[in-house]
Design a binder for this molecule. Sequence first.
Ligand code: SF4
Ligand code: SF3
Length: 544
Amino acid sequence: MDNKMFCYQCQETAACKGCTVKGVCGKTPEVAAMQDLLVYVTKGLCAVTTMLREEGEAVSGAIDQMISVNMFQTITNANFDQKAIENRISETLRIKRSLLQKTVGRANLPEAARWDGGRDEYAAKAKTVGVLATENEDIRSLRELITYGVKGLCAYSKHANALMQTDAETDAFLQKALAATLDDKLSVDDLVALTLETGKYGVQGMALLDKANTEAYGNPEITTVDIGVRSNPGILISGHDLKDLEMLLEQTKGTGIDVYTHSEMLAGQYYPFFKKYEHFAGNYGNAWWKQKEEFDSFNGPILMTTNCIVPPAESYAGRLWTTGAAGYPGCGHIDAPYGEVKDFSPIINQAKTCQPPQEIETGTITGGFAHEQVFALAEPVVEAVKSGAIRKFVVMGGCDGRHKTRSYYTEFAEKLPKDVVILTAGCAKYKYNKLNLGDIGGIPRVLDAGQCNDSYSLALIALKLKEVFGLDDVNELPIAYNIAWYEQKAVIVLLALLYLGVKNIHLGPTLPAFLSPNVANALIEIFGIAGIGTVDDDLKLLIG
Ligand code: SF4
Ligand code: SF3
């Protein structure tokens, strides 16, 4: 076998098996290799920090944050910049070198913790440390399931960190979990237990981010968002980082530039804090994978604060900017340490030279149904369930993607009986949020809580309903789960739902390639996880 690379971490992996020549996402073998090495040295650093904690030594917050950003950089579509990734490897090795000296038991650490090397050695080392370095396919599957869940958790931690919120327990856990994926002594059973524990910290990590977001910006509230355009030049902000949105809105005040949200940043529109900015325009476009056409017609600069970047067309590459964990070679990157203001003036100056956005849609969409807003509506919702006006809820959150098979989700939403309400979060909603599915006695049939991390809200809503209806088990609720996944944030959301005891989740459009047949069977047996079938069959199965 002569693979140029091997990556199977996302739903769009080649032939549902693995990208071996070039990523379907556009990742080159060289970038894939450096991401493999970054994951490896970060796991090595985690083995060191975990040992230090066990030996009673403190680990600084700066190191916790570095580990989260390292893992975030390797999430699908986050960072395509080989140099930036190599710099992270060098910096990680530098930090590890000094920490290693402080450990008493360093002779017992795994090879990843002790390995060191110069840049000229990175490529050769990367070849030996990728996913396929673990031979047993079940151990490999569980190691990767944990690693991908932790990547998602790191992304959410990073956003909370940007708002100066941290949770030392979650950081210690995620580092312990990454270190454990290097440990050849752990059995399949040990790794299964660690997978479930990762879900527990997934809940904790999403709770931290929810607290960070709502303390800074208020609780999301019902909001009608314009999807048309205004007449000023604009800046389009995409991704998940609300702190970046705040800084951009602050710096564009009074400049004659409007700020529009794209894809996952749509949720920024729902927070009360951002409504005071008059130049905060509507949402432009759809989910991440449509950006090639939409970024072209937007005409102004685009700021990617996180995943998901599609390799840009020449027509707008000069207008694409990145920040934080995101990166693309040749595109401008703006950053600052946590707690400091990023200087977005190069983007603002560029916007002043650009034409206003070209209109691609008109109308509005409604969202903002995170936990507090839904709790405020609890009475009519509960009444509607009791009277039978609402027969069922179906959670259709998660990710969107470019595969044609994802039209399943549009069709599923369209064909749902009129007494069923969709609960959603993440960019999966773009498959049905413009269908005008109507309302049930004033309750919209699509309740959008926000970003993928706001799946936490959906869990709180389910727990609240369980309490109101006096049920013992969350699975007794009239809620079905038909979740779409694409990248690793969806993996931590899935593990969090499993930890909360949710059963019979349908996951599509395909099951993860990184689940070995045995691991997939275990998930099916223990949790009733299933793939998707035809729309009509699944409607019968899930709705009845
Ligand atoms: Fe392939 Fe997905 Fe990995 Fe990209 S992230 S290389 S598409 S598996
Ligand atoms: Fe979307 Fe990437 Fe996953 Fe955050 S933006 S849900 S795909």
